[in-house]
Ligand binder design. Sequence first.
Ligand code: NAP
Ligand code: ZN
Length: 345
Amino acid sequence: METSAYAAMSAGAPLEPHTIERRDLRPHDVLIDIKYSGVCHSDIHQAREEWFTSIFPMVPGHEIAGVVSAVGSEVTKFAPGDRVGVGVFVETCMECDNCKAGLENYCVKGFVPTYNGKNYDGEVMYGGYSTAIVVDDHYVLRIPDGMELDVAAPLLCAGITTYSPLREWEAGPGKKVGIMGLGGLGHMGLKHAVAMGADVTLISHSPSKEEDAKRLGAHNFLLLSDREAMKEQAMTFDLIVNTVSAPIDLDPAINLLKTDGTMAYVGLPDKPLQMNIFGLNSQRRRIAGSNIGGIPETQEMLDFCAEHGYAADIELIDAGQINEAWDRVVNSDVRYRFVIDASTF
Ligand code: NAP
Ligand code: ZN
């Protein structure tokens, strides 16, 4: 099926209109009429080849919300008209222990990304900056009733990527949690941690974000460059979820952790980080990593957001504004997720 899209034709090239081909429906496939597509910083890292060699033309987008328009012969979970979402991966082996445990995001064979990769048959994948997508039903999520599709789209990556480490390291009442970086991921992490009942501090390098952080529910705001405040807050955090997209000096933030405290890294800077190990072993602190979340946990997160009455704070844009929006994301000037109206592709 011919599908309108926006693509980067080579590394670092601006995005431009492009046409792609979507496969015919297999028995377990769902055809989704995309309504909205979120802009993740990972789209930019990959289209600018900041992580590793990418595949071009690239149609980015792994925060997809839309409506089912057709289903394959063996699909029973979904029907035309259903409101659904698709996140960061669209195929996994479903045979390894991780897949069997609902941790498809840690599939031992390696998950097939929604874009910038090939599926197990060798087909190049194209993402959500397009009008339609075909996805195996296992990787399709249900958007809860009452949640608008535009504000739901960012939950499919930013939402689950921050929810998963908050659950894993047990954010909740009595825990002091820091969310580092107030961007797309950070603003969702902040909302989740507040909804989970933790005492939440937003840790930022942008003084201009204090008011927004408080409006979004943060109990406290901490500026990384404020030496006095950083000293006062040393040794007080149980958990810090670090969403920062750029390489930074980690030592000041590590010192914020209590004995046995954890920094869960979800940000994926393009360069290795500098850090002093003394900051870790002096208080048995830990640095951990976390990557999106599995399918069952993603559905749990969507339902949790609906139950607590929140989703993403977005700026809705047309396809023609993507390049400008990307520059704003890189300049930490997104409030707090750009979402593209797919009718403009
Ligand atoms: P984003 O909207 O650009 O937010 C990143 C935030 O990092 C900025 O808003 C800014 O917050 C902070 N920051 C940026 N440059 C900085 C600098 N030089 N020094 C200190 N802080 C800086 O990006 P995003 O979409 O939330 O993604 C964040 C990172 O997570 C990206 O690297 C992305 O690729 C990665 N990611 C990982 C996963 C995963 O599963 N692990 C999933 C999605 C995305 P302040 O202005 O508040 O300081
Ligand atoms: Zn993402």
